[in-house]
Design a protein around this ligand. Structure first.
Ligand code: FE2
Ligand code: FE2
Length: 355
């Protein structure tokens, strides 16, 4: 087999992985584009224009250029760490590209100049992020075929308000995840096993800014933040946190290489995300409640049991998996009914990234 054919197979393999849609893998979304295009920013015009000026200034325009440190770092990673790191790169690249596709489509269909601007800027940033990650995958002889992925990945329809809650949270949690890793490796540079982590600080400011755009949009449409919609907000907070918790715990080698405790890291990320989300949501999940933490542990253990049954295969395992699914849904429902921490709305929506 020639090297070219081998590289082709590997490329297909990582694209295959990126194509898989499960509860935990990054998904692609469609929505009611016209409804989002009708969103009016007049109630927050001054703040909106300030944010658009920041996007326009494009502080990270030359940040995503690689230096000579890339390409060298990949050969001598221990195999288990290498496997998890590649998984991390594929999943991050897919998730960045998912944002890019959604924002680009919103921009393409927009007639409202405000929506055309904001989604254009955000698609620009996410495309840079996805390509930057993809270049690191290519150092491993891998890479996600982004054009193919765009065509073949299954899309989920999300109503506009769900797009607001889910993308807002994923931008803010993305910021929190990257800044926590960056700050940790700043203190422990000997643990930085790949140069990409040096890029996380400025990178996560893009994600933070994307989150600010959604915060302003929701603020301009206060009906999204009251009444029955609060039940949806609670659902999305829990779903986003739980997905991250279960998925991060499937990467023990990666966090071990960082010298980080996964559970501690995840709760620190939740803490930052909750502090950010207080700008717009009138409550946070009570992440310090022992029942909350026990529920998350149960979800994690059910996830492991489910994965083991999936690997074993057969009828008995299939039945067991149904049982684990029911138990996970019941655990999620219990977590959903735990009391939340309520807080007053701050005088000003916008917040500086202070972590
Ligand atoms: Fe991004
Ligand atoms: Fe983003």
């Amino acid at each position: 087999m020639t090297a070219a054919i081998a590289a082709d197979i590997d490329l297909n393999h990582s694209t295959e992985r990126a194509k898989v849609s499960t509860v935990l893998t990054p998904n692609f979304y469609t929505t009611d584009y016209a409804a989002i295009d009708r969103m009016d920013v007049e109630p927050i015009r001054a703040e909106w224009d300030k944010l658009m000026a920041e996007f326009e200034a494009d502080a990270n325009s030359d940040h995503f250029d690689r230096d000579e440190g890339f390409g060298k770092a990949v050969t001598d990673l221990p195999p288990a760490l290498k496997a998890e790191f590649i998984e991390f790169l594929i999943s991050s690249c897919t998730s960045e590209f998912s944002g890019c596709v959604l924002y680009a489509e919103l921009k393409r269909r927009a007639k409202n100049p405000d929506m055309r601007d904001v989604f254009g800027y955000m698609a620009r940033d996410e495309s840079r992020h996805a390509n930057f990650l993809n270049q690191s995958l290519k150092d491993f002889g891998l890479g996600v075929d982004l054009n193919l992925l765009k065509r073949v990945k299954k899309y989920k329809y999300f109503a506009p308000k769900f797009i607001m809650y889910a993308t807002y949270l994923s931008e803010k949690i993305g910021y929190a995840r990257y800044i926590k890793i960056f700050r940790h490796l700043e203190k422990h540079p000997e643990r930085r096993f790949h140069p990409i982590f040096k890029w996380f600080e400025k990178w996560c400011n893009d994600e933070y800014r994307h989150g600010e755009a959604f915060a302003l949009l929701m603020h301009a449409h206060p009906e999204l933040l009251r009444g029955r919609n609060l039940l949806w907000i609670r659902f999305f907070l829990l779903a986003v946190y739980a997905t991250m918790y279960v998925r991060d715990h499937t990467r023990p080698e990666l966090y071990d290489a960082f010298g980080m405790d996964i559970t501690k890291y995840d709760y620190e990320v939740f803490e930052i995300t909750s502090a950010c989300a207080a700008q717009i949501f009138p409550f946070s999940l009570d992440i310090d409640n022992p029942a909350f933490r026990a529920g998350f542990e149960r979800l994690r253990l059910l996830g492991i049991a489910n994965e083991k049954a999936r690997e074993r295969g057969g009828v008995v395992s299939a039945l067991k998996r149904v049982g684990y699914g029911i138990a996970a849904a019941a655990t999620f429902a219990r977590l959903y009914t735990l009391p939340v921490v309520r807080h007053a709305k701050p005088a000003q929506v916008r917040m500086a990234p202070a972590w």
